[in-house]
Design a protein around this ligand. Sequence first.
Ligand code: NOJ
Length: 706
Amino acid sequence: MRVLFCVCCLISVNIFAQKTDSVTEKKITTLLSKMTLEEKIGQLSQPVLDEHSKDVENEIAAGKVGSFCSFNKRHYTPSERNRLQKIAIEKSRLGIPIIFTYDVIHGFSTIYPISLGLSASWDLNLAKQVASMAAKEARYYGIDMTFSPMVDVSRDPRWGRISECYGEDVLLNSVFGKATVEGYQGNDLSKHENIGSCVKHFVGYGLSMGGRDKQFTEISKNTLLNTYLPPFKSAVDAGAVSVMTAFNDISGIPASANKFTMTDVLKDQWGFDGFTLSDWDAVLELQNHGIAGNDKEAAEKAINAGLDMEMRSDMYLNLVKSVKEGNVKESVVDEAVRRVLRIKYKLGLFDNPYIDDKKSNKVQLTEENRKLARKAGAESMVLLKNNGVLPLGKKGRLIIDGPFTNSKDMLGWWIGNGDDQNVVTVEEGIRNKTAGKLQIIHGSLSRNYDKTVLICLGESGGNFGESNCITDVTIPKSQIELVKEAKAKGKNVIAVIFNGRPWVLTPIMDYADAILIAWHPGTEAGNAVADVLFGDVNPSGKLTCSFPKMNGQIPIFYSDRISGRPRENKYKNIDANPLFEFGFGLSYTKFEYSNLKMSSNTLKKDGSITVSIDVKNIGKREGKEVVQLYIHDKVASISRPKRELVKFAKPNIKAGETQTITFNLSASDLAFYNIDDQYTLESGAYDLWVGGSSNCELSSKFTLED
Ligand code: NOJ
């Protein structure tokens, strides 16, 4: 039986936190009443600063620039920003400030691990701190808003942008998105240590067909509601001031002209009062999608569907004509402008439009930030295999080899204001740590007196990210050979891998004694790797995306649905399980789970129960363990995921210690969009599992009562 849960309570928790005060709204009304239609449309345009170098001053003075984006940090020095802002304030008729935006994705001057890596830390406080540090560096550099976080649930490692999200899971994208928005925005956006957050890409982009970038997507309304929209809801509830629309079409309706997602869901249901912004040229491209015959029609379709601001293409200039012809109501333009102005007030730009450019240098790449980058790098690493060869001793000899041993290519795809010259390489990190006590031998695999070889493998930051999609995610042949050769010479082989997506590691499984996934860890890469290799940091990262056994298994993720005939859901040559499952990761110690208890096996629809489990550290080292709780709704109006992550915790447990971890499981944790696309609770039987990965076996059952 189905029970309709209070939708308002569940999905509109923080609606009022978004609203600005009535005084500001009055100011906006007054300002709007003074604006010409051309000036209003100017507020809705976000040109690319780099492309307007010649006529930029005139454009600003004419009120044609609402915001700037840029892909070149050269244009975004604090003094240049102040100079341009001054033109807007002093030379434009109404003195409306500009919002300066930039891709501050995983750090600005100090670069932290790529988002996929950071999510493997399962540490939300860390994610918040990272965003907050990045915000301070960026705001003092003159940036008011960043195009981050990216909360596109992605289950396809062929898609280069999987590196930019928080993995394959809905809950993880939701909670990391929230923590990141909170870190960027702080409590007061007018403070120059905080920046506005534009969450992206709304919505479904992570399902790009065949793992090809900017492809269409085929998503049912129900899947949209249950899988792709919730992380955006979470970021919006956390107060994100802007939402960027995606490049994909959603079952035929491009995201940048999609009334259902932008207006019905985002603005009307969720109460979002910031502004929507298209991705780069996405309005122009509505013509390529085949839903608009010309520029004007593209602009009309976008704004009428709820797209407030346009990035790069000048399609919205056509709206002057559209309004005169009656195809777009001026009230629609006014509403879009109101949203943009509201965020300019929130950012404090009317009162304090300039940046203290003398302070900027003092806050970039500080020791404190580097320390955090080192910590984040180490916490995000995932140990996939260890025959006991790790951790390494700090004395003696170590052979090092592989293309990433001395590489500074550790910053990932988006590098903000980062400079690879500041990157600590693996060899430097090892030398820093061992202070001359460990002899390092380069690539001398033939010497049989040296037992252990460290091989640094991976892919360049230019191999993943936007438009960098590949059909084969298997570890490259030359890298497989390196591992095999070392093993053939009788070495203990440690493979450290700097990757931006899940890799097929099957070919090295029999040859590597230890495998450490390091992602692209950022500026402090080498120090962070050394911390883990030598055991100063006990690895505690766990995968947030499944690592397939073979390419042909893609897409592969833990939360798929149980079919009518599961025994046939496999291939002739291989089963349907990944090589390493979601939630998996080893430590230098071991944890034993026991004593799974529930305060009750029945749960009322407005109630909650506690679920507790004992986690014992049975090894000799202190360590952190990501304890995960999964559920499965056994009979529902629609088939539900075979497992769904609903809770997790990351306690630090001393050697020999047992900790009882307690989760509060509320009925609201079980709510979902049902067969009628209503957000509901459906009573009935549930399975529950708690443990150290999505394959965990300790289980229990409970019933959700009417
Ligand atoms: C296109 C990308 O899809 C988006 O993520 C990015 O923020 C914008 N370009 C601006 O650089």
